[in-house]
Design a protein around this ligand. Structure first.
Ligand SMILES: Nc1ncnc2c1ncn2[C@@H]1O[C@H](COP(=O)(O)OP(=O)(O)O)[C@@H](O)[C@H]1O
Ligand SMILES: [Mg+2]
Length: 232
């Protein structure tokens, strides 16, 4: 899925001042493959991810998926579009504590109208893919941090989204576990031929991705691909 942002601007209104976090950005993300978003804390990476995923609406400008102007949809229509096209993975997994791994992963499918048995078997397929075939009935509290994040990945991918948005998905994991989880995401992205956009502070990971986008203070953006740099 080709994502295109055009003249995208996001301002937040605080008590006494206006903060421009995303400032008139125009950029075309690659149709497939992987994009790293890097940049210092507070430069608007999460804000950009929320706009890209239609979780939030821009102050001005557009977010397009192919020919669909997602940013112009009503919030209900955006939610439906998101459910069909986007998988989110956050730093903190947001799993439902009272449901098993299998149920957490199956839930998005059930919400899309799949039968319970169909959803459960697809959830088991995904949990096996992320290496958790022996943890299907465990509650999140019975899983390690890395295992919980794998469940979150399985949940984000179970509906086969065309776009995977991951905001510091391994930010609270130790280095070894983080690198396993990152590799898993890259492998699944390649297998599913989706677009993976991942916010990361890991420069080694960023270098292994197709495109690197750096958010700069003041809401500008710089992208690199094959050593070329463009400022937007
Ligand atoms: N809902 C909000 N209201 C007001 N300011 C916000 C809001 N969300 C984020 N900000 C501010 O916008 C800036 C960018 O935040 P964020 O996108 O979370 O940055 P990053 O993910 O790069 O650390 C920060 O200065 C933050 O305080
Ligand atoms: Mg952030």
């Amino acid at each position: 899925m080709r994502i295109h942002i055009e003249n995208l601007t996001k301002r937040y209104q605080d008590a006494d001042r206006e903060l421009t976090v995303i400032n008139n950005l125009t950029f075309e993300f690659p149709e497939r493959g992987s994009v790293a978003i890097i940049g210092r804390s507070g430069t608007g990476k999460s804000t950009l991810m929320h706009l890209l995923g239609g979780l939030d609406a821009p102050s001005s400008g557009t977010v397009k998926y192919g020919d669909v102007v997602v940013s112009a949809l009503s919030s209900d229509a955006r939610a439906a579009f998101r459910g069909q096209n986007v998988g989110f993975i956050f730093q903190f997994h947001h799993l439902l504590p009272e449901f098993s791994a299998r149920e957490n992963v199956a839930l998005p499918l059930i919400m899309h109208g799949a039968s319970e048995s169909e959803a459960a078997s697809r959830a088991e397929e995904l949990l096996t893919k992320v290496g958790l075939s022996h943890r299907m009935s465990h509650l999140p509290s019975q899983l390690s941090g890395g295992e919980q994040q794998r469940v979150a990945i399985a949940r984000a991918l179970v509906a086969r989204p065309k776009v995977i948005l991951a905001d510091e998905p391994t930010g609270n994991l130790d280095i070894v576990t983080a690198s396993e989880v990152q590799q898993l995401l890259l492998d699944i992205n390649r297998e599913y031929q989706s677009t993976l956009i991942i916010v990361t502070h890991n420069h080694e990971l960023a270098r292994s991705m197709d495109v690197v986008v750096e958010m700069l203070p003041g809401g500008a953006l710089m992208s690199r691909q094959n050593g070329q740099a463009t400022v937007g």
